[in-house]
Ligand binder design. Structure first.
Ligand code: IMP
Ligand code: MG
Length: 178
């Protein structure tokens, strides 16, 4: 698998440090709020499971599954809900946990959808952001790392369902997906 990557972008230890920091900030900000952490499947699941273990406060989990990508590396801009959340989010404080923001179209869709359920607040927590790829205005409240406009895998992120289990984040060689 290592031959598929041009570079390791973030080592396991760097990710761990950053995710622990983010968890501590979230813990502080949501101390008495019992937030609902809404993870976007499948990519967000590794990030979520590490994040919540540095937040020893009451919180709830829920999961959203949407698709816009298929086995390509470009967002189609068309988002489909595959699995909805189960929680009644009316008047609740929501934290959307996402692996990576690329065009931002997925999150824009999810935020609009959740706003219709009248939550008390919605904040975004993303591990990675590609600011140069945005196609919409988004405020990212909690962010791990900004990265260049390259396709990355590992730590939950996939290409055609592969590489999610890597403990580090690497740049996929162009020849793998083009
Ligand atoms: P957006 O709607 O273009 O912001 O796409 C967001 C989703 O696309 C993310 O949740 C990822 O699942 C996927 N994605 C975007 N960039 C990458 C990448 O570099 N590697 C793996 N998945 C990505
Ligand atoms: Mg995703």
């Amino acid at each position: 698998m290592v031959n598929d990557f041009s570079e390791v972008l973030f080592k396991e230890s760097e990710i761990k440090k950053k995710v622990t920091e983010l968890g501590k900030i979230l813990k502080h900000d949501y101390l008495d709020k019992n937030p609902v952490m809404i993870c976007i499947l499948k990519g967000g699941v590794v990030f979520l499971s590490d994040l919540i273990r540095s937040m020893d406060i009451p919180l709830q989990l829920d999961f959203f599954s949407v698709s816009s990508y298929g086995a390509s590396t470009k967002s189609s801009g068309v988002v489909k809900i595959r699995k909805d959340i189960d929680t009644d989010v009316t008047n609740r404080d929501l934290i959307i946990v996402e692996d990576i923001i690329d065009s931002g179209l997925t999150l824009e869709y999810i935020i609009n959808y959740l706003e219709n359920h009248n939550p008390a607040s919605i904040k975004i927590c993303a591990l990675l952001d590609k600011p140069d790829a945005h196609k919409t205005e988004l405020k990212i409240d909690y962010l791990g790392f900004k990265i260049k406009n390259e396709f990355v895998v590992g730590y939950g992120l996939d290409y055609a369902e592969k590489y999610r289990n890597l403990p580090y984040i690497a740049v996929l060689k162009k020849e793998i997906y083009s």
